[in-house]
Design a protein around this ligand. Structure first.
Ligand code: BQZ
Length: 699
């Protein structure tokens, strides 16, 4: 009821804008502007993980015998189209332990039908193309280490899991890390996986400034001055400036160290093919190109634009269960090309099999539908790890080549009083309620999320909703409405004294993103700021955001705000291209604000430290600096829910939709199966395997 009254009052006030603005000349002392942060509403996650050690989940070991689906043996091995399974597997495959598989050893068959909102640009992940998200790239690209399943690993044993790097050891002085790659593993076309693939990714994609790998891997992601070399086909060695920076093992997981097939990509790279430009290299493998070699469990064999991507099991997949059955159990993966909202609808309806319920607007309907006994899918909420923030572009030295108006807005963004005014004009309760009522959304000031490992409430500074004080701050900055149209103006000599107009970028692929952005636009009006929508679809939005061509951006935040250890480099501008909203300007430097220099220092100390107590203390400093300086304006935080069709088995308990990674990684899809009696008849290309790279389709 309260805010209705408020709303009515505001509308009245807007009528007499001049009046409202002048009243608030009273500057309130800083500490008066902060307040007690309300605790998030009680919301019990609906299932807890069974915490285990990494060695309880998997190991690398040769087994006495190996198996595969019978039709693979009869139609491919016995016909000489494929070597026997034992020869297709590495010397010591990765072995998943049955004791950690909720429903034990599985059976082959069936399909997982994903629905996604993205669209594939092509298959060159390390060249910077997106595959449409929604689990496609996570399933195709295997990385040196893995972190998705860490949600079920004991906190005091937390470290990235081995993956393509099956083991590693640090040098005495802690500056060198030697990693042993899985030996004898092959790409899905049978070509050997080895250090050449790792070094091509490092030398000719990460270190090559003309290439921007997908998911933002940069040299600084692995530490200033870090080097990597191959000692032999299966051994690589890192050399770091820091001592034992275990932190970087997280950066060697998804999305920043997932090598691509060098035997396919190298011939297209300008360094090895002078006829090709970097754009041609990036776009060398369009979505129509079938059977791209992967290290993942399934290979794209069919693509129908705006319709579907079909994938078939990888005959060379290098992981098995304890009985020696080559994984995956599921023969096929579908990715229907639709919308993210449709993903929820189809999952609860049973025409799709999986969804990360992440758009709060859909919660009530999804809960209602999945509560019915006849509901085809089960829905389980996790912790509050979905969070949105308003990010201000803090570059004052040219990132994104702003025009005069844009530069004037950058200067405001870089002013603490301005950021305080904006955050105090945000009515978070109203924003949250506009998405969904009930105990889901929490008041989120910005910074690390309440309820996560490194969060500390006492270190979190909160500026409660206070429009009067907010207006007083902008008055104090001399942003007066000189032409009486209700919109504040830049001071004389700045941007021609024009109205203060600010663009806000948001992703149209998600209703939540544009709803929150519209909420921000509406709530900035009583502050006399005209905020203008710049709503773009996913890939276009990502390109604009990464090139800095925006004033403000409303975004769903990454794993760094949830886990801190995953994506740590993005917590502050630790390098010219690591931060999401403050990157190097035209002179290649990042014009850090004083508190940002402290933030960078804290994050670098965190990366270089392996002392848990010291790391916890550092993150308290980080949270105080972040929230006191309104580094970004938190908007809302809420839990997501995993929706999975009930016919699937081996879904780990308590799997969050998002923590170290998305659920498409967390649930370990290669060991998910459907009991024989529940298997559906959904395979579009039964009993087929991927064909030649670039060939028409399945073999
Ligand atoms: C999950 C995820 C798997 C990217 C993407 C998408 C891109 C961003 C983000 C999420 C989608 C789904 O998120 O929303 O539930 O399936 O794919 O990768 O938002 O536009 O660039 O960071 O992960």
């Amino acid at each position: 009821m309260r805010w209705e009254v408020l709303l009515k009052k505001h509308i009245y006030a807007l009528g007499g804008a001049g009046l409202l603005l002048s009243v608030s000349m009273l500057a309130l002392p800083a500490q008066e502007l902060t307040g007690e942060l309300p605790d998030p509403p009680e919301f019990a996650a609906q299932s807890e993980p069974n915490f285990v050690s990494i060695s309880d989940i998997l190991e690398f070991r040769a087994l006495p015998e190996y198996h595969e689906p019978d039709w693979v043996t009869s139609k491919y091995v016995e016909t000489g189209k494929l070597p026997p399974v034992a020869e297709r597997l590495p010397k010591e495959p990765m072995v998943y332990k049955a004791a950690n598989m909720p429903d034990g050893i599985g059976v082959y068959g069936d399909t997982m039908r994903h629905v996604i909102g993205g669209r594939p640009e092509g298959w060159n992940y390390i060249g910077g193309q997106s595959q449409g998200w929604g689990g496609i790239d996570i399933g195709l690209s295997e990385c040196l280490t893995r972190t998705g399943p860490l949600f079920e690993v004991k906190a005091d044993e937390l470290e990235p899991m081995p993956n393509l790097a099956k083991s590693w050891e640090w040098s005495e002085d802690g500056h060198q890390l030697t990693m042993h790659l899985i030996e004898g593993a092959k790409w899905s076309d049978g070509d050997p996986f080895d250090s050449e693939d790792v070094m091509f990714y490092w030398n000719d994609n990460i270190l090559d400034p003309n290439v921007s790998p997908l998911n933002g891997g940069t040299p600084e992601t692995f530490g200033e001055g870090t080097t990597l070399e191959a000692l032999d086909a299966y051994t690589i060695r890192w050399t770091f400036k820091e001592v034992r920076p275990t932190q970087y093992l997280y950066a060697m997981a998804y999305g920043t160290f997932c090598p691509g097939p060098s035997h396919i990509l190298k011939p297209e790279h300008p360094k090895y093919n002078a006829d090709n430009t970097y754009e041609e290299y990036k776009n060398a493998f369009p979505p129509e190109y079938m059977n791209i070699p992967v290290m993942g469990a399934w290979v794209p064999v069919e693509y129908r634009p705006d319709d579907i991507i079909v994938m078939r099991r990888n005959p060379y997949y290098w992981k098995v269960d304890e009985n020696g059955n080559q994984l995956p159990y599921l023969n096929e993966m579908h990715y229907r090309l639709s919308t993210w909202a449709d993903r929820d609808v189809q999952a609860v309806a049973g025409s799709g099999d999986f969804s990360n319920l992440e758009q709060a607007e859909s919660y009530v309907e999804a809960l209602r539908r999945s509560a019915e006994d006849s509901a085809p899918a089960r829905l389980q909420f996790g912790a509050r790890t979905i969070g949105y923030a308003l990010r201000m572009n803090l570059s004052g030295n040219g990132w994104g080549e702003p025009d005069e108006r844009g530069q004037a807005v950058r200067e405001l963004n870089r002013n603490l009083d301005f950021r305080k005014a904006v955050t105090m004009a945000v009515d978070r309760q109203r924003l949250g309620d506009s998405l969904v009522r009930g105990p889901f959304t929490a008041i989120y000031p910005g910074g690390l999320y309440a309820g996560t490992t490194y969060y500390d409430k006492d270190s979190t500074v909160y500026y409660p909703y206070n429009l009067e004080a907010a207006n007083a701050l902008l008055d104090g900055l001399g942003l007066m409405d000189t032409d009486g149209n209700g919109i504040r103006n830049f001071p004389e000599g700045t941007a021609g004294g024009a109205d203060v107009e600010i663009t806000v970028l948001a992703n149209t692929d998600y209703g939540t993103d544009t709803n929150l952005a519209e909420g921000v636009i509406a709530q900035m009006e009583p502050l006399g700021l005209r905020v203008i929508a710049n709503f773009q679809s996913g890939t276009a939005r990502d390109d604009i955001a990464q090139s800095g061509q925006y004033d403000w951006s409303v975004e769903r935040q990454g794993s760094e705000m949830v886990s801190v250890v995953q994506g740590t480099a993005a917590l502050a501008p630790t390098g010219p291209r690591t931060s999401y909203f403050h990157r190097a300007g035209s002179d290649g430097t990042v014009d850090l604000l004083p508190f940002e220099t402290e933030l960078v220092d804290v994050v670098n100390k965190f990366i270089a430290s392996s002392d848990n107590a010291e790391r916890a203390e550092l993150m308290k400093q980080y949270q105080r600096l972040y929230t006191e300086n309104v580094y970004s304006v938190g908007l809302t935080q809420y839990p997501g829910a995993l929706i999975i069709n009930k016919r699937f088995a081996n879904i780990p308990a308590g799997a969050p939709i998002f923590m170290f990674n998305w659920a498409e990684d967390n649930i370990i899809r290669e060991r998910v199966f459907v009991p024989e009696d529940k298997q559906g008849d959904y395979e579009l290309h039964p009993e087929t395997l991927p064909g030649e790279p670039g060939g028409a389709g399945p073999m």
